[in-house]
Design a protein around this ligand. Structure first.
Ligand code: PCD
Ligand code: CU1
Length: 803
């Protein structure tokens, strides 16, 4: 009997390649508790580190007494800044061009700052020893408000910068001023405002929040005193960058430093930076010659590792009387805490904030961001957003609503009127971004129809007409554009290393494969989706393609995973590495079939001789040949490496609509409906995309409806536990409806754009838009987040709408 003939479609399905909702390969180990996280790593002779932290937000260190701590049995060392000084490691450079104290040097600048470390036999002894370290402080006045910090007589936060009038990003004009960064054309924007028929302005505060991944930060550092090798397992979203920085700081050749990011329990930007704890654990391992583990607890994570946002924003729009936007002006005061430790591409101290013109064709625009020091923890990371895109999208979407309100126009109508039109792409914004592709109107129409927008507005009007309605109904609409995939090396670097990414693929003789990339999954499912790209490109089933990331000793150099850059950058590298292999495979197949390369057609998983379906060689046949008997003149083996430097960012977009019902008696807000349409170009795994959207929407819900990091007057962070800091569970999380359109990126080899951050960036202003919409008939133009029941109830009272 002949073997069953499989159609091309059947063979394609069997590959589980691009477009397939392939189940996550990583889940088999995660759901069985077989993940391997930093805290699962145990090494022979391993010691444990814990950190002594400042109880006050600002003060001088008068005295540190280690005696009692050192006397506890099992304590190996207590180290302070003075111990790090001879190694010049008591301060370290930050990604933003500032320096940050590794251990407080004479002064503490924020509550919970790292002051000393204790290394002991186990975590419990270390914790006891932390309590036993005696530190005397002389308290200094605390400044928490960035506007107050810029007053002439404000307390000096950074004594170490005394007299420095120049920072990493230009002039400093006050002792607490970090930088002022401008984008766009100020005089053009001013001229638009001078001529405007209508102008609106709005102040808004985007609160300080924390990414709060389930797994906190930590590492296991192991220095081998004999070989001089340093291996560190670390919760890092950018292991290669860590290797470079560790080598630069320690003087150990980069070839002797191995950084491994094992499984990571969520990153969300929190694991991009290099924290004092990592540096201290590495130093401790070098000093003691034994492996040292450090893992933060939840309170340490929320209070001291990177926060996000904390932007005080003023927006202004100029427009014609019929709603065409003619100008945009934005002023931001950015609270960076005590050290400028923002994680942004080097040349962008406010990240990609200048995407602030959004999805709209605005002819003249200017934005200015002023970074300020305060007595708070440093950070400023891209919490599920590609470097301050969240703040930018929030601002423009709020402003367009404010303008619509002033003009009495519908939210959807004013947006459609100002969209960058399909035929305008590639479109260069007033800030200089070249938007690669988009089709906003099609997406908007789809959403408005899906939710019956007219019907919703009619229902809202009826509710408003009824004075006894128990609820206020609000409809939020946001039409956002993101900028992800940092980035072209000519624009984006981290500490001088261009933001390219990489992929290496090796096909084995029997036709299975291993592939390694410079990115690192933290839950996104790269092991599943990357294999799908290779499967489609090379005709090898996803199932036999092993994807490995995160070990600097094996993976090619890459800049890591954040800013939704993996698909736009590494995803392209994967496709192009696969195409190099494909080109070689074609030569081998031609040799095997004794035809010219040009006489071959590629079909799913095989090269076929043109016009003769019976003559073909599959990729598996070719792989065997490559190792068995390659054609003369061709080297054996079948592998390729590709480093991809994107020509541009990608610009995914989305249209989100939210309906809320606010209880007029309690202020409780029910999310009745949330409809999210996303366009990320070519979709690799629709199921994973949907999961990413659900996760990002849930995090957006958390930020908009509950997350905040309030401080008391002394600088104590109130609410640094999960009792207080809002992490929605299944119980609080609304039901999400998802939809999509597909507008491929013209410059990406697969047409794919990043997607993971879109739902976060897009949803937050949608919630605010909905809540404010419920109050808009009362003349309310804006309400700051979080929209928790208490704050919303106060607004109901203030505007005479409470029952
Ligand atoms: N078109 C397309 C796109 C995409 N995709 C898919 O999806 C995902 C994603 O992707 P993307 O967008 O590219 O991104 P990535 O880079 O990878 O990632 C990153 C992100 O991611 C997200 N998501 C997530 N998830 C999880 N689970 N976890 C985590 O952690 C996380 N994180 C978050 C964040 S925050 Mo930042 O860092 O802040 O900046 S950024 C971020 C993957 O898997 C991929 O493959 C597909 O399929 N298609
Ligand atoms: Cu961001």
């Amino acid at each position: 009997m002949n073997a069953p003939v499989q159609t091309a479609e059947a063979r394609e399905l069997a590959l589980a390649g691009m477009g397939a909702s392939r189940l996550r390969k990583e889940d088999a180990r995660f759901i069985q508790g077989k993940g391997n996280y930093v805290d699962d790593i145990k090494m022979p002779g391993m010691l444990h580190m814990d950190i002594v932290r400042s109880p006050i937000a600002h003060g001088r260190i008068v005295k540190i007494n280690k005696e009692a701590a050192l006397a506890i049995p099992g304590v190996h060392a207590v180290l302070t800044a003075d111990d790090l000084k001879p190694l010049k490691l008591h301060w370290m450079p930050t990604l933003a061009g500032d320096v940050a104290a590794v251990l407080a040097d004479e002064k503490v600048h924020f509550q919970m700052q790292e002051v000393a470390i204790v290394i002991a036999d186990d975590r419990y002894i270390a914790a006891d020893a932390v309590e036993a370290v005696e530190i005397e402080y002389e308290e200094l006045p605390v400044v928490l408000d960035p506007y107050a910090a810029l007053q002439p007589g404000a307390p000096v936060i950074r004594d170490d910068l005394a007299g420095k009038t120049e920072g990493a990003h230009g002039k400093r004009d006050h002792h607490n001023h970090i930088f002022t960064w401008d984008a766009g054309d100020k005089s053009a924007a001013d001229a638009a405002f001078d001529k405007a028929e209508v102008t609106v302005s709005q102040h808004m505060y985007y609160p300080r929040v924390h990414p709060c991944p389930l797994e906190t930060c930590g590492c296991v550092a192991s220095f081998d005193p004999i070989k001089g090798d340093l291996t560190t397992f670390i919760t890092s979203q950018a292991p290669h960058v860590v290797r470079t920085v560790v080598s630069m700081l320690s003087g150990i050749p980069e070839s002797k430093v191995r950084i491994v990011s094992p499984d990571i329990g969520g990153g969300f930007g929190n694991k991009v930076g290099i924290y004092p704890g990592y540096v201290c654990a590495i130093v401790a391992s070098i000093v003691l010659g034994r492996p040292v583990k450090w893992v933060e607890d939840r309170i340490e994570n929320i209070s001291s590792t990177a926060f996000a946002r904390d932007y005080h924003m003023d927006g202004e729009l100029a427009a014609t009387a019929d709603g065409k936007i003619t100008g945009l002006r934005v002023n931001v005061v950015a609270d960076h805490g005590a050290f400028d430790a923002c994680a942004d591409p080097t040349k962008f101290p406010a990240g990609m904030f200048h995407i602030v013109s959004g999805s709209y064709d605005i002819p003249a625009a200017h934005a200015s961001v002023k970074g300020v020091y305060t007595n708070k923890a440093p950070g400023g990371v891209a919490y599920r957003c590609s470097f301050r895109v969240t703040e930018a999208v929030y601002l423009i979407e709020r402003m367009v609503d404010v303008l619509a309100q002033k003009l009495g126009m519908d939210k959807a109508e004013i947006r459609a009127k100002n969209f960058v039109k399909k035929e305008q792409f590639p479109y260069t914004s007033a800030f200089g971004f070249e938007y690669d592709s988009g089709d906003y109107q099609t997406a908007l129409d789809k959403v408005l129809e899906a939710v019956d927008y007219k019907g919703l507005r009619a229902e809202q009007a009826a509710k408003r007409a009824d004075p006894n309605s128990p609820t206020l109904m609000g409809i939020g609409l946001v039409t956002f554009t993101e900028v992800v995939g940092a980035g072209p090396s000519k624009m984006c670097d981290i500490l001088g290393v261009g933001m390219f990414d990489s992929c290496e693929i090796r096909i084995h003789p029997t036709g299975s494969a291993i592939a390694r990339m410079g990115t690192i999954t933290q839950g996104q499912g790269h092991q599943t989706t990357y294999a799908q790209i290779i499967a489609t490109e090379l005709g090898i089933p996803s199932e036999v393609i092993q994807v490995e990331e995160g070990d600097t000793s094996t993976a090619p150099y890459g800049l890591g995973t954040y800013g939704s850059r993996s698909t736009p950058v590494a995803g392209a590298a994967i496709a192009l590495a696969a195409r190099k292999i494909h080109a070689k495979a074609r030569k081998i197949a031609a040799h095997m079939l004794e035809v010219n390369e040009n006489d071959l057609d590629w079909e799913v998983d095989r090269f076929k001789v043109k016009g003769d379906d019976s003559k073909f060689k599959t990729m598996a046949d070719v792989a065997w040949q490559a190792y068995h008997q390659p054609p003369d003149g061709l080297e054996p083996g079948l592998e390729a490496v590709h480093y991809y430097d994107p020509p541009n960012f990608t610009f995914p977009f989305g249209i989100y609509l939210c309906v809320v019902d606010i209880d007029r008696a309690t202020g409780e807000t029910k999310i009745r409906r949330f409809y999210a349409l996303d366009d990320c170009g070519t979709r690799i795994n629709p199921m994973i995309i949907e999961g990413q959207i659900h996760g990002g929407l849930t995090e957006g819900f958390a930020v908009a409806m509950g997350q905040q990091m309030p401080f008391d007057a002394q600088g104590n962070l109130l609410g640094n536990t999960l009792m207080d800091y809002f992490l929605p569970t299944f119980v609080e999380t609304p039901h999400w409806e998802t939809d999509h359109t597909v507008t491929p990126s013209p410059h990406h080899p697969l047409g794919a754009k990043g997607v993971a951050e879109s739902p976060h960036v897009g949803s937050i202003p949608t919630f605010t838009s909905a809540v404010v919409d419920a109050f808009s008939h009362l003349g309310v133009t804006h309400l700051d987040m979080p929209h928790n029941a208490f704050r919303t109830w106060k607004a109901l009272r203030e505007h005479g709408a409470a029952l």
